[in-house]
Every structure is written in structure tokens, then in C-alpha cells.
Design a protein around this ligand. Structure first.
Ligand code: BTN
Length: 232
């Protein structure tokens, strides 16, 4: 039986993530047309106007390499978008990009015995605030999409990927993710304290980044990644 046999579609909610967090026994995929308090990583807000797809679901099962869930879910989003003809990249660890702009963000939050997975996909939005480097499937293609079809296609990919992750672990996805990794072989900054500078060389078996720094190879476990600006 599919993990996703129950679907709850809300007109508007503060955040699908919080809605699920507050309802421990609810084993449904919670979707919303609009969120008033959509959240991203590091407490950032997630722009959640109508036109996007906002969903969360809870996982209560043992998975191998659980820390790689954001990456594996990002890969599911990539493959769904590729089926629609888009070229995608993954900005480690949880963002999906098309044409150099963010089209999707993934948020995984661990509660006691549950992981809550939240996904925001920009589907039919016609514009974004100027300070966001965001795009939508509509802006990238000039076509409108059915959010229901996008959702069903995505859940299908996620279902398959979770089964593989459970059985084989992250090694089964490593090559597919490396191939889509944004900034591979480029000079990047990881915004840790202090920041780490280096060339992005690889992704490890645990899903960490491998950077070639002035002091040799370094594994990066967390932090935001950006391209190092060219200084004249
Ligand atoms: C990020 O880019 O930092 C992650 C963004 C995650 C947004 C999704 S939208 C559905 C779910 N509900 C939320 O409030 N956040 C996630």
C-alpha cells in the first residue's frame, strides 16, 4: 500500500508543516493552495501565494541514511520537473533550481519519532518579490500546470525513492544527485562560522559536500552554499 493514500487539500493554512506538527496521529499528505506563514530553513519565510504547491507529510519509518532525506526529496522534485521537460539542478542541500533560479525548497524537521517533510514548489506564480531569486514552472516555460498533476507525479517519485532509501541507502542516489549538483567544480563559499572556501569536488556517501580547500579536502555537513564572487 502506498504511504500516501490520504490527501488533505486546504484552501489556506498558516503552514502545512505546522498543521501536521500539531496533529500527531494525522497520516495524510497535507496540501494548501496558500500559506500565510510558510517557513523555510533557518527560520526564513517561504513566499506562499496562490499558484504554488505547498505540502507536508510525516514519516515514521526507519530509513537508511536519514540525514540525506532533503537531498533525496530534492531529486524526486528534479525528476518530476524533468518529466515536464525542465532542466534541473540541486543546490545542496535542499533547493531545486531551473534556469539559475529557485523553483522548490525542501524542509525536513525531526520531531520525537517523526520526520516532517515539507515541500514548496513554484508552479503557476506569475511574479515574485524583487528580492527573491525565484522562478516558477510557468515563468520558465510560459505554460500553466495542474497542481494536482504535479502533486501526484511528485508523490509517485517520492514513494519510489523512499523505498530505495529504506533498502539500499543513499549510495543508490549519489550519482544521480552529483550529476545535478549546482556549482560542481566551481569555487564556492560555505557560510559556516567561519566561512569555508574551496572548490566543490564531490558529494560523499553520507550526502555531505567534499570541498578542496587551501588546507586539503574538507567534508561539509551543513551550511548555505554560494558561488564565490569574482573579485577584480
Ligand atoms: C527552504 O527553502 O528553506 C525550504 C522551504 C520549504 C517550504 C515548504 S512549503 C510547505 C511546507 N510548509 C512550510 O511552512 N514550509 C514547507
Amino acid at each position: 500500500m502506498s504511504r500516501f493514500s490520504c490527501l488533505l487539500w486546504l484552501e489556506e493554512v498558516s503552514s502545512t508543516q505546522d498543521f501536521l506538527k500539531e496533529r500527531e496521529g494525522l497520516n495524510c499528505v497535507v496540501c494548501a493552495k496558500k500559506q500565510t506563514l510558510g517557513r523555510g530553513r533557518y527560520g526564513r519565510s517561504w513566499h506562499s501565494d496562490e499558484g504554488g504547491l505547498y505540502l507536508s507529510f510525516a514519516l515514521q519509518e526507519e530509513l537508511k541514511d536519514e540525514q540525506t532525506l532533503p537531498l533525496v526529496i530534492a531529486l524526486s522534485v528534479c525528476q518530476m520537473l524533468e518529466d515536464y521537460g525542465f532542466l534541473t539542478s540541486i543546490k545542496w542541500v535542499n533547493d531545486v533550481y531551473i534556469m539559475g533560479k529557485k523553483v522548490c525548497g525542501v524542509l525536513v524537521e525531526k520531531l520525537k519519532n517523526r520526520s516532517i517533510v515539507g515541500i514548496g514548489i513554484n508552479v503557476n506564480q506569475k511574479a515574485f518579490p524583487q528580492n527573491l531569486s525565484a522562478t516558477s514552472m510557468f515563468l520558465a516555460s510560459g505554460k500553466e500546470y495542474s497542481t494536482v498533476c504535479v502533486l501526484l507525479s511528485l508523490l509517485d517519485k517520492i514513494e519510489k525513492h523512499l523505498n530505495i532509501l529504506k533498502e539500499k541507502g543513499f549510495k543508490a542516489f549519489r550519482d544521480d544527485i552529483k550529476r545535478r549538483l549546482l556549482f560542481l567544480d566551481q569555487e564556492v563559499i560555505i557560510h559556516t562560522k567561519p566561512p569555508t572556501l574551496g572548490i566543490l569536488k564531490d558529494i560523499s556517501e553520507e550526502g555531505y559536500l567534499i570541498l578542496l580547500t587551501a588546507h586539503g579536502e574538507k567534508k561539509i555537513i551543513s551550511g548555505d552554499i554560494t558561488l564565490r564572487g569574482i573579485i577584480g
